[in-house]
Design a protein around this ligand. Structure first.
Ligand code: UD1
Length: 359
């Protein structure tokens, strides 16, 4: 029984690693790893393979950057050749990035079954490319591995056969649970003991010069009362340069992106995390660190309903207010959602071993 795992962009690596590791315990399963090359900078890709103990990819499609159409199309064309050569029984795709929908579409049209890990999440916001990727991937997948009850309900509403939906929990949290003890302090010259950690890369926040300028100005204001550490995603760095916004002052430290273990340490020790990432909303919920999300909506509502996450939208005045509340000791308390226990990867491996051996 041959399974191909697809990874392409930074958040895929933490999701695939525990599933690959769990499948090693099943002698009936042969695994191949395909990296589409959507993310290619060493600190967006290679460092995660090293720190997460992932095997080297069997295939690297090296698609790189491009428009959505070009990137998706390149993945499709190159992945078709891999499938022709490899002839797997199942393709396992992760999350909601362009590489996810591109490879799921090629596989399903070739009559190869597709499993979607992190299925069923919905932001109900079609202006986000990830939402389109999620909805379409779920329409063409055969097996659905969900992280939370809302995802099960969304799939049911969309007419997905409940027998194919498997509530397994959160694979990203598997990686966190495994590596929490190895989190390590990064060297950041000038870093102070108390800090706010920031990550921003969504088009809605960084592709609009007015919005990005306003966010930076707000972070500068916040940095008058507490240091702000802001590791910059390549997309955001490009925009800062393009809009001539690189000149910032205050107690705002702009850094390159960190590896997994260093970023985990920063999350654990931050007074508050400000983000627009999906995965970081989940990781802060698990770590019970206050999280302020600069988005109008989230496909991960459980982080708001159960966890420490607060949706701030694009309201920068509210961002300052919420940071102040947290620093004054009025942070929202949260709990850890069910099945976020470090065992999701093993559940997926067991289920697939059972399903595929029945065929
Ligand atoms: C992608 C995912 C997003 C995910 C994010 C995590 C889609 C639609 N979006 O967004 O869901 O949250 O990854 O990081 O798939 N770049 C580099 N080096 C790299 C990678 C990217 O310089 O290693 C630059 C490129 O100039 C590129 C830009 O970043 O144009 C955006 O990269 P891309 O993969 O298209 O989307 P992300 O914004 O990273």
């Amino acid at each position: 029984m041959k399974i191909i795992h697809i990874v392409g962009a930074r958040p895929n690596f933490m999701k695939a690693a525990p599933v690959i590791e769990a499948m090693h315990s099943f002698p009936t399963i042969t695994q191949k790893l395909v990296h589409t090359g959507q993310h290619y900078d060493p600190n967006m890709s290679q460092i995660f393979f090293d720190q997460l103990g992932m095997p080297r990819p069997d295939y690297n499609l090296e698609v790189g950057s491009g428009s959505h159409a070009r990137q998706t199309a390149e993945v499709m064309v190159r992945f078709e050749d891999v499938l022709l050569e490899c002839k797997p029984d199942l393709v396992l795709v992760y999350g909601d990035v362009n590489s996810t929908i591109a490879t799921a579409l090629v596989a399903t049209k070739m009559g190869i079954r597709v499993g979607h890990v992190e299925a069923g999440l919905r932001s109900w916001d079609r202006s986000m490319p990830e939402e389109i990727n999620r909805v379409l991937t779920d329409q063409i997948s055969d097996y659905f591995f969900t992280p939370s009850v809302d995802a099960d309900e969304n799939l049911k509403r969309e007419g997905i056969e409940p027998r194919s939906v498997f509530p397994v929990g959160n694979v990203m949290i598997d990686t966190l649970v495994k590596l929490l003890g190895k989190a390590r302090e990064p060297t950041i010259p000038g870093r102070q003991e108390k800090f706010v950690l920031v990550t921003l890369h969504r088009p809605s926040n960084v592709d609009d010069p007015a919005m990005l300028g306003q966010l930076l100005a707000t972070l500068n204001r916040i940095s008058e009362s507490i240091q702000v550490v802001f590791p910059i995603h390549p997309r955001t760095r490009r925009r800062l340069e393009q809009y001539n916004l690189s000149g910032v002052g205050g107690n705002l430290l702009l850094t390159d992106p960190f590896g997994y273990l260093e970023f985990l340490w920063l999350q654990q020790h931050a007074s508050v995390v400000v983000t627009d990432s999906g995965g970081i909303q989940e990781e802060t919920t698990y770590l019970q660190i206050p999280c302020l999300t600069m988005r109008e909506n989230t496909e991960r509502p459980v982080t708001v309903e159960i966890g420490t996450n607060i949706l701030v939208g694009g309201d920068t005045a509210r961002l300052r207010q919420e940071v102040e509340n947290i620093l004054d000791g009025r942070a929202k308390k949260g709990a850890i959602p069910p099945l976020w226990d470090g065992k999701a990867g093993m559940r997926i491996a067991r289920i697939l071993d059972g399903l595929l051996s029945l065929q």
